[in-house]
Design a protein around this ligand. Structure first.
Ligand SMILES: *[C@@H]1O[C@H](CO)[C@@H](O)[C@H](O)[C@H]1NC(C)=O
Ligand SMILES: *[C@@H]1O[C@H](CO)[C@@H](O)[C@H](O)[C@H]1NC(C)=O
Ligand SMILES: *[C@@H]1O[C@H](CO)[C@@H](O)[C@H](O)[C@H]1NC(C)=O
Ligand SMILES: *[C@@H]1O[C@H](CO)[C@@H](O)[C@H](O)[C@H]1NC(C)=O
Ligand SMILES: *[C@@H]1O[C@H](CO)[C@@H](O)[C@H](O)[C@H]1NC(C)=O
Ligand SMILES: *[C@@H]1O[C@H](CO)[C@@H](O)[C@H](O)[C@H]1NC(C)=O
Ligand SMILES: *[C@@H]1O[C@H](CO)[C@@H](O)[C@H](O)[C@H]1NC(C)=O
Length: 510
């Protein structure tokens, strides 16, 4: 049996956890769950609710009743079980005060045992009988309003209103006399109805409390790899419109052991673009700051330095390969192997515009000559690489691919005299294309997690770029069995080891 904790969780498709409500807090990732998304969540919710409601035992009912010509009878109903509930129509609607969910035209089937006993002056014996009855409850209406707020750093789910109303019930007795049947209906109709109403209401209350405590256990940060974590702390209250719910999370990357100065990033004003055509369940909007915080985090974690000692064309890592472009290098260190010590000198800046995402990477490349086991730095070239980034959704991750737009070179210092940058341009182009970009793309290809609860998968996602924001428009599929479905497990990417496996066919050592 699925615990009723599973109740209502799906109202929130995203990682919901928050911090202090402060008006100056900015969420850099926001998610709008559209009416289509809410309907999808509501359908799962009702399915889960029914699964956790049935079978449901109701308290025993007993009564003394007076039957004409028979006299006073002790009647009892026991083992009352709701074993089936069907919901024919349901709606979900966000409003000013909360999210209203209504299931109407619901039916429930109950089974129970009946028992009676009486004695009359006619016969000095106790007469009793027992049997089985089935009851069908029709036209049941169940309605509830869920409140959603950011409270003391947590997303708080509360049940604001809840009601269950039974319109009609019909009773079938197996066995028993006809007088019994009428007496039964008269005596118990109302009691069965109110037992059903009370029990279902109570069950919904319990479900919401359990769901709320599950939300409470959600993490504020999720690890992305060994270097960074993503701050999924909720900020601000959820925003309810008449057809959507918008929630905001901090959304910034942090180096695992570093505190980000939040005032460092500023949210750009929201652009009007959104997922309208075709309508999607979910619209996740990521500010430019999210990407720049990732860039900062990897930069600050010293991740952007590496020594290149193997390249596809190994000839380029020997002074002989540079014989004609920098003759003085070859003259001074004939036939010596070389290393390239590449160091990104400031966090790459990412700019998002409606037709383009570009990133500029400033780096220094030191040429080291390996002479008699000694590493001798001979020159340092400053390399500014301008790239454009394309994005795609892989699983629940946002993955990227960097393409080279252009680059510029300037000599920072040299122990082998001046040499013209245009001479080494084609060598640099080869190195960037065959070493640098594949290395960066190897990481970007794995992507970065979008904050989606485990068990939900993005489906038919497309990506829009607007001024300074990326918008992911997507439907969502639910793919996990009840047993593993709980919100303590987020979709977690595979951890990326600090030292990556070498990118074939050359090695890039850190
Ligand atoms: C109670 O009801 C359930 C479901 O109808 C049935 O399986 C079970 O045998 C009943 N128990 C008793 C003691 O009658
Ligand atoms: C529940 O009641 C309805 C209406 O009488 C009936 O059609 C249906 O077969 C019942 N379901 C079960 C499982 O007994
Ligand atoms: C929802 O609100 C908008 C204005 O915010 C209004 O134009 C629209 O008619 C409303 N829709 C419904 C179904 O109430
Ligand atoms: C995560 O984001 C929240 C809200 O912006 C902020 O208050 C909190 O300090 C951040 N956590 C860390 C570890 O920086
Ligand atoms: C690589 O160059 C940086 C300076 O750009 C220097 O600090 C670092 O020690 C060098 N690393 C190696 C292994 O030579
Ligand atoms: C270079 O190092 C290797 C082993 O690391 C050693 O066998 C060799 O003698 C060294 N050569 C010089 C010139 O120091
Ligand atoms: C949630 O699911 C995970 C993995 O399926 C499991 O290890 C964990 O115990 C579950 N937590 C709860 C509260 O059920």
């Amino acid at each position: 049996m699925a615990p009723s904790t599973l109740f209502f969780i799906s109202v929130l498709l995203l990682v919901p956890v928050i911090a202090q409500v402060q008006s100056n807090e900015e969420g850099f990732v926001s998610a709008v769950i559209s009416q289509k998304g809410l309907d999808f969540a509501k359908d799962i919710l009702i399915e889960k609710a029914i699964a956790s409601l049935t079978p449901l035992n109701l308290p025993r009912i007993q009564k003394t009743m007076k039957i004409p010509f028979v006299g006073n009878i002790q009647l009892a109903l026991s083992n009352i079980t709701i074993y089936r509930v069907d919901v024919s129509t349901s709606t979900v609607k966000p409003g000013d005060t909360g999210v209203a969910i209504v299931a109407s035209g619901a039916t429930a089937n109950l089974s129970m045992n009946w028992y009676y006993s009486y004695s009359t002056w006619l016969i000095p014996l106790v007469i009793s009988d027992k049997g089985h009855a089935s009851v069908e409850v029709e036209g049941m209406e169940v309605g509830l309003t869920l409140g959603l707020e950011n409270q003391e750093g947590k997303l708080k789910l509360s049940l604001m209103e809840c009601g269950c109303y039974v319109k009609d019930i019909s009773i079938t007795l197996d066995g028993g006399a006809s007088w019994l049947y009428q007496g039964f209906v008269d005596a118990f109709e109302e009691q069965i109805s109110s037992a059903v109403q009370n029990t279902i209401t109570k069950k919904i209350k319990e479900g919401v409390v359990e769901l709320d405590s599950l939300l409470n256990t959600l993490p504020k940060e999720i690890p992305v790899d060994e270097i960074t974590t993503l701050n999924v702390t909720f900020v601000n209250d959820p925003l309810l419109s008449n057809s959507s719910i918008e929630i905001e999370i901090d959304g910034l990357f942090m180096a695992a052991d570093e505190v980000v100065n939040p005032s460092y990033y500023h949210k750009n004003s929201k652009s009007p673009a959104s997922c309208k055509d075709p309508p999607k369940m979910l619209e996740i909007s990521l500010d430019e700051a999210v990407f720049n915080s990732a860039s900062d985090a990897y930069f600050n974690a010293d991740f952007m330095h590496w020594i290149v000692d193997k390249v596809p064309d190994q000839y380029l890592l020997n002074t002989a390969g540079w014989k004609y472009i920098v003759p003085q290098l070859y003259k001074k260190y004939p036939n010596d192997d070389m290393n390239l010590n590449i160091s990104v000198s400031s966090p790459p800046m990412i700019r998002i515009s409606p037709h383009n995402i570009d990133a500029t990477i400033y780096s220094d490349m030191t040429i080291d000559v390996l002479d008699a086991n000694e590493t001798i730095p001979v020159a340092c070239i400053s390399v500014v690489v301008r790239t454009s980034v394309s994005l795609e959704i892989i699983g629940n991750n946002l993955a990227g691919n960097v393409g080279l737009n252009d680059f510029s070179l300037s000599l920072k210092w040299s122990k082998i005299g001046n040499f013209h940058m245009y001479l080494i341009q084609s060598v640099m182009w080869t190195l960037l294309k065959t070493v640098f970009l594949p290395y960066v793309n190897l990481r970007l290809k794995r992507g970065f997690p979008l904050p989606i609860l485990r068990g939900f998968n993005l489906q038919d996602a497309n990506i829009l770029c607007t001024n300074s924001r990326i918008i992911v428009c997507s439907d969502v599929a639910f793919s996990v069995t009840r047993e593993v479905w709980n919100c303590s497990c987020l979709s977690k990417p595979h951890l990326l080891p600090r030292t990556q496996p070498p990118y074939t066919p050359y090695t890039v050592s850190l």
